[in-house]
Design a protein around this ligand. Structure first.
Ligand code: SF4
Length: 212
């Protein structure tokens, strides 16, 4: 795909949705975002949003999460997949935040990725959404959209991320993550992409797309 097409794609995403953000519910506090993203691994945002209000009401800070303890954390999140492992990760992460970072989420990629249960994707989401870094966390939706359309082809999520960081025009990098996720979640769906109502249909290079 050439640069002109990519530019037009992101210009259309911006015109359609000037201020995209995560669908995870949190109170704009980096800690709550970190916990919500950690919980969302291999789970839907909807399932996470059902549990986090009670969890954050009981424990809005890392210190309070330590006080809440493993059993009560598990009770709050038991409807989310892998909840036992995630509860252990939350507790271990909170202990590190309290002991090493004064109870705050570090604005630092290496520090974030060293937290239990936090990988590159989660770190990218936190850096982007909580701290305004122009990072792009490639999940299953973004991987699919980028490979189908030709925006950024790659065999692995890291290859797609690296390509996106090279080819997405600077002025669109901050919001590219959310535009691409939302596009994959609601339009360029895995099984049946809604090509007839897709706002980038004429620019998409997916050979199997259906045309308007
Ligand atoms: S035209 Fe179809 S395949 Fe291409 S981005 Fe839109 S929904 Fe996806």
């Amino acid at each position: 795909m050439n640069a002109q097409k990519r530019n037009e794609i992101f210009a259309r995403f911006q015109a359609a949705c000037p201020h995209p953000t995560t669908e995870l519910v949190f109170n704009h506090d980096p800690f709550q975002l970190l916990i919500a993203v950690l919980l969302s691994a291999q789970a839907t945002d909807v399932s996470v949003n059902k549990c986090t209000p009670a969890l954050f009401a009981a424990a809005p800070t890392p210190e309070a999460m330590l006080d809440l303890g493993l059993d009560d954390i598990m009770a709050c999140i038991r409807t989310i997949g892998l909840y036992k492992t995630k509860a252990r990760h939350i507790l271990a992460t909170c202990r590190i935040l309290v002991e090493q970072y004064g109870g705050r989420v570090p604005e630092d990629r290496a520090a974030l990725e060293s937290l239990p249960g936090v990988g590159r994707k989660t770190a990218n989401v936190v850096l982007n959404t909580a701290f305004g870094w122009p990072t792009i966390a490639v999940d299953t939706h973004i991987f699919r959209v980028c490979n189908r359309t030709g925006i950024a082809k790659g065999k692995t999520v890291r290859a797609v991320e690296d390509k996106l960081m090279k080819v997405v025009p600077k002025q669109y990098q901050l919001h590219a993550h959310h535009w691409l996720i939302l596009h994959g979640r609601y339009t360029c769906k895995a099984r049946k992409p809604l090509c007839e109502q897709c706002l980038i249909n004429d620019l998409c290079e997916y050979p199997a797309k259906s045309t308007i």
